[in-house]
Ligand binder design. Structure first.
Ligand code: CP
Ligand code: NVA
Length: 308
């Protein structure tokens, strides 16, 4: 088997996603499914940034599958500063069976993948958060929805999470509307937007940009948001609060979506900024279901990339 990586969503085919979602469902139904399948295998979990969900779900998942996890914070290895990323890759491949990495730059993920012979999984970079998008669209499918033609709206910053949701929507046929201010810094990356649209043309999906949040949520059966200032952008937080003021997911905005539309967020949430307390605590909110499903989908990703 050739080694497989998940550096960003287009590393997966439609068929790969089907297999991963199928196994995620088996694992969600029974946490002991596939137990022991990764016995003796070791995962290095590199993280340059903070994390609750990603660390706990990857480590718990590896444990439930019989493997072992080594957490390497920036304090431990200082990626690219203590030694180059390509040297870290060529060391780790000698000892461990999979590398999961949360990094500032997508290039670090690319280098880890290129210079190691073991699968590399992107656990968030400046450009992508593929594991999050897989958990999110799996969540909609688990709740009984056909992803083909599903009307889904993303409100806020055109960031890493938005990019992965667009690409996975394109791959799976979701009808996604992205609503960000019409200012390049806050819009999705142009190349990724075009790539997502090209995928959507093949799958029968649709990816559009609509700067007006009220118009963007019309017909939406799920409304998704993420923080306005991502990790690493803390200094821009104040200016971003002003730029995104109209892009809050709140009761008024949700009243323009389909009745009962799901409220989604990758978490952590900044209540009172991109989402109100009321929206997050409403019956429509599935944010903790999404968080739970990180565990199941990542177990399926580990299993699929490592064993096929
Ligand atoms: N959604 C997500 O990746 O959460 P963490 O940053 O806590 O891992
Ligand atoms: N866009 C956010 C996602 C956190 C899970 C960030 O990069 O900080």
């Amino acid at each position: 088997m050739n080694k497989r990586d998940l550096t960003y969503i287009p590393d997966l085919s439609r068929e790969d996603v089907r297999i991963i979602f199928g196994r995620s469902a088996e694992m969600k139904k029974d946490r002991t499914a596939y137990a022991g399948s990764l016995a003796g295998k070791v995962m290095a979990l590199i993280s340059e940034k903070q994390s609750l969900r990603t660390r706990v779900t990857f480590e718990t998942g590896m444990y439930q599958l019989g493997g072992y996890s080594i957490y390497l914070s920036n304090h431990d290895i200082s990626l690219g500063k203590r030694e180059p990323v390509i040297d870290i890759a060529r060391n780790l491949e000698r000892w461990v069976d999979v590398i999961v990495a949360r990094v500032f730059k997508q290039e670090s993920i690319i280098d880890l993948a290129k210079y190691s012979s073991v699968p590399v999984i992107n656990a968030l970079s400046d450009m992508a958060h593929p594991c999050q998008a897989l958990a999110d669209l799996f969540t909609l499918e688990w709740l009984g929805h056909d992803l083909k033609g599903f009307p889904f709206t993303y409100i806020g910053d055109g960031n890493n999470v938005c990019h992965s949701l667009m690409l996975l929507s394109g791959l799976t046929g979701v009808k996604m509307t992205v609503s960000t201010p019409e200012i390049e810094t806050y819009m999705p990356n142009k190349k990724i937007f075009e790539q997502a649209r090209a995928l959507a043309r093949e799958s029968g999906g649709e990816i559009i940009h609509e700067p007006n949040p009220g118009r963007a949520v019309q017909g939406a059966k799920a409304v998704y948001t993420d923080v306005w200032a991502s990790m690493g952008q803390e200094k821009e937080a104040e200016i971003r609060k002003q730029v995104f003021a109209k892009y809050q997911v709140n009761a008024a905005l949700l009243s323009q979506a389909e009745p009962g539309a799901y409220v989604m967020h990758c978490l952590p949430a900044h209540r009172g900024e991109e989402i109100t307390d009321e929206a997050m605590e409403s019956e429509q909110s599935i944010v903790f279901e999404q968080a739970e499903n990180r565990l199941h989908t990542q177990k399926a990703i580990l299993h699929y990339l490592m064993l096929g």
